[in-house]
Each structure stands twice: as C-alpha cells, then as structure tokens.
Write a protein that binds this ligand. Structure first.
Ligand SMILES: CC(C)(COP(=O)(O)OP(=O)(O)OC[C@H]1O[C@@H](n2cnc3c(N)ncnc32)[C@H](O)[C@@H]1OP(=O)(O)O)[C@@H](O)C(=O)NCCC(=O)NCCS
Length: 149
C-alpha cells in the first residue's frame, strides 16, 4: 500500500535510505532532515512495515524534485518503485508544478519514467545551495534529469 509517511515511519525510512547510502547508491538522510521534510515523503507499506519510500519536494514556482527513492532489496523488481514515482508525479501535477527533476546515480531508471538528462546548469542555482552541506561536495557524481509534467 502506498501512503503518506507519518512521524512513526521516519526511523524506518532512514534505515532503508541509509542501507543503500552506506553502499554509495544514494545520499544518506539525517533524522533531522527527515522529520523536517516529513510531509514530502510517501511510503510503500506491507504488513505494517516500510518497504519503500520516495519524496516530492517543491523547489520553485514551477519546479519540483523527486528525492530519496528506495525499495527494500527483497522487494525490488515488483513495481513498487514505479508506484512511488507515479504518486509523486501525480502529486506534483496536482500542486501545479510544471517540471520535475531528479539528481541520481541511476539515470537509466528515471529515463523509464520520461525523465531526460540535462546539464546541471539548466537547474536553478537555488537547488545547489543544499549541496554545500553534503559530505560528497564538491565531488558529487549525481546526474540531473528533468521531466515536463
Ligand atoms: C532503483 C529502485 C528504486 C527501483 O525500485 P523497484 O521497485 O525495484 O523498481 P520497479 O520494479 O518499479 O521497476 C520499474 C521499471 O524500472 C526497471 N528498473 C529497475 N531498476 C532499474 C535500474 N537500476 N536501472 C534501469 N531500470 C531499472 C524495472 O525493470 C522496471 O522496468 P519495466 O517496467 O520495463 O519492467 C530500487 O532498485 C532501489 O531502491 N535501489 C537502491 C536505491 C537507489 O538506487 N535509488 C535510486 C534513486 S537515488
């Protein structure tokens, strides 16, 4: 079941994200960051357990971002990631976003959903402000992709 995250889900979300982040597959998230952005997060739940997550973050007047897409290793390949991305795209449209981007190490995955690779410079300066606090800065290998909604 795909649903909005609640406070009680945050520790499980962090565990899921950081299990992949520790293998350098995605960026880690602190508890502080997750609590503050709780309302961005969707989860996939099975028998009361968090098995997937994705976040939709509004960046600018016409621009949204999909962040932190993760599906538990033993639940991958069953369309859960697709459902999480789909719900984020729908929410972005409902909120009035015209474009949506993602910064990822898995560009091929997001191309499946109509995202196209863009130069980092095509995204507004504002989104790079967050990067300064990242432990990967300035050697980030994330790739920017953009989709028109
Ligand atoms: C990437 C990830 C979110 C995919 O989730 P998933 O639930 O396994 O994906 P789905 O089953 O919904 O796959 C949807 C489609 O994408 C394809 N796909 C899955 N992983 C892919 C990848 N790494 N590259 C390209 N395509 C991929 C699937 O084959 C499927 O294609 P189909 O519809 O033509 O059959 C998951 O593997 C994961 O959590 N990985 C670790 C964290 C990570 O890398 N996150 C990436 C974002 S930063």
């Amino acid at each position: 079941m795909i649903k909005k995250a609640k406070i009680e889900d945050i520790k499980a979300i962090q565990k899921l994200i950081n299990s992949f982040a520790s293998k350098d597959l995605m960026l880690s998230r602190s508890l502080n960051e997750l609590y503050e952005n709780l309302r961005d997060y969707w989860i996939a739940e099975e028998y009361g357990k968090v098995i997937g997550c994705a976040a939709l973050h509004i960046s600018w007047d016409d621009l949204a971002e999909i962040k932190s897409v993760a599906v538990a290793k033993n639940k991958q390949g069953k369309g859960i990631g697709r459902k999480l991305i789909s719900v984020c795209l729908t929410e972005a449209k409902e909120l009035g976003a015209k474009r949506i981007f993602v910064l990822t190490y898995k560009p091929e995955y997001f191309k499946k959903f109509g995202f196209k690779r863009v130069k980092n410079s095509q995204l507004p300066h504002k989104i790079w402000a967050e990067c300064i606090n990242c432990c990967k800065f300035p050697n980030c290998k994330e790739i920017a992709l953009l989709k028109t909604l």
